[in-house]
Design a protein around this ligand. Structure first.
Ligand code: C2E
Ligand code: MG
Ligand code: MG
Length: 541
């Protein structure tokens, strides 16, 4: 504290000088009083004023002796008081300097904390994580150990944010941060990378099995639903891991590879994936594809194909299922399995579903104009069922294209509904009120309860093609198909069998009382322009 000492010494000498000035004034006043008193005493004593009288007054008048002492007294007192004042003030200055210093240190600490921690969750941020990984790599190099960097990303967080608002999104992240903090050990680091991405640094990883255990513990912490206002939300996350030294030697590489593993976990719905070089091959392609899909939507590069559904009662095709394709400039005609999961992960599915609905309803109105009365079914994703605007969008499009609501069927999977049953139920009820029909796609492959299905405004069940395709060779599959048809009938629902690939299966399904049949045996999906010709050919046979 050299600065404080210097300023203290300066202040002390300033105060001392000030006190000395006061004591000099005191001495001058005392001397003046002494001169006046001596002069008066000499005059009173002799009746006139002479030098000898003044000397005599000084020698004989003891009151003047007392006055003689006053200047000295003032001088000494002035010096003493001055010193005391100066020291007291100096001590005060030192105290205040100390306090200021403490405040400065606290402010510096706060500023440092803010630059290294995330404001929402108070967890270390990306830059502190970077430092921690660097330190952990140094230690691992020195001790010959392994360390893992895990990246966690919430599934469907974008939709939660969009449907429940950013305030609730933030509340969810805070709750999640607290839970995650509960599972990390003192030697681990948990950080928030931004958005819904978190990272863990796990030092001393003995084996991959250990890492799987850590991932399981993290996922377990998310098992219990999160509560936001009156809602309870089931939230899942995808976790990817990269290991030092096998996968990368520096922070950036480890980070990038953990990210690649996390995307693989998300895409394949696996929960947790440890990086491997196989994943890396697909990653840049995926990234390119994501950007291209966005452009494809803007440039209308997507196509709709239509697959007929054959009605057993009236012996003709009364409905078609709309199935999207992507005419990719380099990869050719791409199937939905190659890009729908990508669109779901990037949130692009909302735009894609809107494009599909617009295109299909436009097509439906053109067929109607040509005298072709055909119902169309459109596949929706889990994400669509979280969009509160969807019922109004559908109502608007039906009105715009003058398509009766009952001519539109929405196919949704059990898994999509169960992603957020309460929200889906509310949206589906609003859509059903419009008169639009709802079909449960891929029935039998999800995990919805029958009790829950009864609550849904469903009009149709589609038996998954995996049961239908092998039902003639596999008695278990046949039993499932038969039971599902029975269940649908007892609930008063239509039942569609998809994946009908041969005549024998068609005959069997007819005998079991299945209403609608769909499959390659009837027709493969075709372009819209081919459908009227195909339909009239079939009817003329
Ligand atoms: P899905 O809704 O279950 O559609 C039926 C799938 O089975 C279609 O595959 C169809 O081509 C195929 N299929 C039909 N009959 C047969 C058959 O006899 N044998 C075999 N092996 N397959 C048959 P596709 O067109 O590749 O679509 C796959 C999935 O992609 C669809 O399953 C649906 O979940 C999704 N999808 C397609 N179009 C869209 C869309 O516009 N939006 C959304 N969100 N998903 C879509
Ligand atoms: Mg479908
Ligand atoms: Mg299906």
């Amino acid at each position: 504290m050299p600065f404080a000492h210097q300023s203290f010494a300066r202040d002390v000498s300033f105060l001392k000088a000030k006190a000395t000035r006061q004591s000099v004034v005191g001495v001058v006043i005392a001397l003046f009083a002494l001169v006046v008193a001596t002069t008066l005493a000499a005059y009173v004593q002799d009746g006139r004023l002479t030098w000898g009288g003044i000397v005599r007054a000084q020698q004989t008048n003891f009151v003047l002796w007392f006055l003689d002492l006053l200047p000295m007294f003032f001088a000494v007192w002035g010096q003493y008081v001055g010193s005391v004042m100066a020291h007291e003030a100096g001590a005060m200055v030192i105290d205040q300097t100390q306090e200021l210093r403490t405040q400065t240190v606290a402010l510096e600490c706060k500023a440092h904390h803010e630059t290294t921690h995330d404001a929402l969750t108070d967890l270390p941020n990306r830059s502190l994580l970077h430092d921690r990984v660097v330190q952990a790599i140094h230690r691992a190099k020195r001790d010959g150990g392994r360390l893992a960097l895990l990246v966690l990303d919430l599934d469907r967080f974008k939709e939660i944010n969009e449907s429940l608002g950013h305030f609730n999104g933030d509340r969810l992240l805070k709750q999640l941060a607290v839970r995650l903090q509960g599972v990390v050990r003192a030697s681990d680091t948990l950080a928030r990378l931004g958005g819904d991405e978190f990272a863990f640094v796990i030092p001393n990883v003995a084996s991959d099995a250990d890492l799987h255990k850590v991932a399981k513990t993290i996922q377990k912490a998310m098992d219990a639903p999160f509560s936001l206002e009156k809602l309870t939300l089931d939230v899942r996350a995808s976790i990817g891991a990269a290991i030092f030294p096998e996968h990368g030697q520096d922070v950036d590489t480890l980070m990038q590879l953990a990210d690649v593993a996390m995307y693989a976990a998300k895409q394949d719905n696996q929960g947790f994936v440890i990086y491997s070089s196989k994943l890396n091959m697909a990653s840049p392609q995926r990234l390119t594809l994501m950007g291209e899909l966005r452009q494809a939507l803007e440039r209308d590069e997507l196509l709709m194909y239509y697959q007929p559904k054959f009605d057993n009662h009236c012996n003709r095709v009364t409905e078609v299922e709309a199935l999207v394709r992507w005419q990719h400039p380099r990869h050719g005609l791409m199937q939905p399995a190659e890009f729908i999961p990508l669109a779901e992960r990037t949130g692009l599915i909302k735009q894609l579903s809107l494009w599909v609905l617009k295109t299909v309803l436009h097509q439906s109105s053109r067929w109607r104009e040509d005298g072709l009365e055909i119902a169309v079914s459109v596949n929706l994703s889990a994400h669509d069922l979280l969009d509160p605007e969807l019922p109004d969008i559908i109502a608007g499009l039906l009105a715009q294209h003058s398509v009766p609501a009952k001519q539109l069927v929405l196919e949704i999977t059990e898994t999509a509904i169960m992603a957020d049953p309460d929200c889906s139920l509310e949206i589906l009820n609003r859509i059903a009120k419009l008169g639009v029909r709802i079909s449960i796609d891929d029935f039998g492959t999800g995990y919805s309860s029958l009790a829950y299905l009864r609550k849904l405004p469903v009009t149709e069940i589609k038996i998954d093609r995996s049961f239908v395709m092998e039902m003639l060779d596999n008695p278990g599959d046949e039993a499932i198909v038969q039971a599902t048809i029975g269940l649908a009938k007892s609930l008063g629902l239509d039942v569609v069998a998809e994946g009908v690939e041969n005549d024998a299966t068609m005959v069997k399904l007819k005998s079991l009382g299945c209403n609608l049949l769909q499959g390659y045996h009837i027709s493969k999906p075709m372009a819209a322009k081919d459908f009227p010709g195909w339909q009239s050919d079939r009817e003329s046979k």
